[in-house]
Design a protein around this ligand. Structure first.
Ligand code: GRF
Length: 191
């Protein structure tokens, strides 16, 4: 059985691209069946076109209520027989009924060593705190913000004297390598 993967993203999509490239290179053994994007202007949509990955785009405002939004996403995943969801820069908390229906099958990528530095400013927060290291976490989601069982972590030392942009760039490089590898290990457990 080929695992059907959906990626959720809201912005640039460099991690979407690294996943799509890993699928193309057969390093990640899934069918990349869908990109869901909640931001109609996001650059990730162009990346999906480049990789010929089907896209779906709508916002909570398009659906009237937040519940309606989550239900419409869930209906779309079921219609596409999606087995696993990878969040890659998706800037929303996944809620009911999607969260329950896909319990244990939604994975998130976070640019810090959770539980340290949750939230959207994780890299800057670690940098500004003067931490000696930060890193990358891949975890199953739960109802919280950047909480849920951790699958894998990689540390990234913060070099004294480096700037925030340099640190961001090094963390993204680790993400691009790590996320497809960890997703491959996760699909082994789904089969
Ligand atoms: C990544 O740093 C990811 O860890 C975080 O959002 C960023 C998304 O970057 N959740 P991109 O859109 O994949 O380039």
């Amino acid at each position: 059985m080929t695992v059907r993967l959906a990626v959720f993203a809201s912005g640039t999509g460099s991690n979407f691209a690294s996943i799509a490239q890993a699928v193309r290179d057969r390093a990640l053994d899934v069918e990349l069946a869908l990109l869901f994007c909640d931001n109609p202007g996001a650059p990730v949509l162009e990346r999906a076109r480049e990789f010929s990955v089907p896209t779906l785009t709508f916002t909570p405002a398009d659906c009237g209520t937040r519940l309606g939004y989550e239900q419409r996403i869930l209906d779309s995943l079921l219609a596409e027989s999606i087995d696993l969801v990878a969040l890659a820069g998706y800037m929303r908390i996944v809620r009911s009924p999607l969260l329950e229906a896909y319990a244990g099958r939604i994975v998130n990528l976070h640019p810090a060593l959770l539980p340290a530095f949750p939230g959207v400013r994780a890299i800057a927060d670690a940098f500004e705190a003067g931490a000696s290291e930060t890193g990358v976490t891949v975890h199953f989601i739960d109802a919280g913000t950047d909480t849920g069982p951790i699958i894998a972590q990689r540390a990234v030392p913060i070099d004294p004297g480096e700037g925030l942009e340099e640190l961001e760039s090094r963390i993204h490089q680790v993400e691009h390598q790590m996320y497809p590898e960890v997703l491959q290990s996760v699909i082994g457990g789904l089969r």
